[in-house]
Design a protein around this ligand. Structure first.
Ligand code: SF4
Length: 217
């Protein structure tokens, strides 16, 4: 009887805890979306600028943004069209897929990115202790992974936690050289922390990287 009551209390606590986490995530998302109007741009346009300024060269396309933003290609295309018209994005022909155009964030867009309304959220995250930030990032990453998997979608991620990342030591001092096994191309170290549509979970997740995308020792 005592065991039964103990088990009930524990499962109730676990359920409450999971619900609390879900409600906090919803509340954060609501606040982040609600404060998304600035510089005359909509939350969707800010989302596009934010994504395209962090996406790697293989992922800066309308369809990749549509997938990332969980929207249709048509809606994503309208969002991008508005940004191109305002001079915040430019289109170039993709080297990897001749049918699609690669999108580049322009200097004008980089000038307004510091006014991103989500910077308040970045500052709030920055106020957390570094170890707490790492744990939170790992937990949120797993939460997102479960949700994305449940919806049958592909997860987005960065090279440092991707199964396709190849690292070899070269040169007299054994400095690392990075490559992508999926695209068969060399990667600059600065690209390792950029978001990729072809990410394949497989390495040790966010714990192996810091927030600038550098490999942890
Ligand atoms: S290593 Fe993975 S995340 Fe990096 S470019 Fe290749 S597929 Fe994308």
């Amino acid at each position: 009887m005592v065991w039964k009551r103990y088990y009930f209390t524990m499962s109730k606590a676990a359920e409450m805890s999971a619900r609390s986490v879900a409600e906090l995530v919803i509340q954060l998302g609501r606040i982040a979306h609600g404060c998304g109007y600035a510089e005359g741009l909509t939350p969707a346009q800010w989302s596009a600028l934010r994504y395209l300024s962090r996406a790697n060269r293989f992922s800066r396309t309308v369809s990749a943004f549509a997938e990332f933003h969980a929207t249709t290609r048509g809606t994503a295309s309208q969002t991008v069209k508005g940004l191109v018209a305002r001079g915040y994005l430019s289109r170039t022909r993709s080297r990897h897929d001749g049918r699609s155009a690669r999108l580049e964030v322009t200097d004008d867009a980089r000038a307004i990115l510091p006014h991103d309304p989500c910077e308040a959220l970045v500052r709030a995250a920055g106020a957390l202790p570094e170890s707490g930030r790492g744990r939170l990032a790992t937990g949120l990453e797993r939460l997102l992974g479960h949700l994305v998997q449940g919806r049958g979608e592909r997860p987005f991620g960065v090279c440092t936690s991707c199964a396709h990342l190849e690292v070899e030591r070269c040169g007299p001092e054994g400095s690392p050289r990075f490559g992508c096994g999926f695209f068969g191309e060399l990667l600059e170290e600065t690209e390792l922390g950029q978001i990729c549509i072809n990410f394949q979970p497989g390495k040790d997740s966010a714990m192996k990287r810091d927030f600038s995308g550098k490999l942890a020792p």
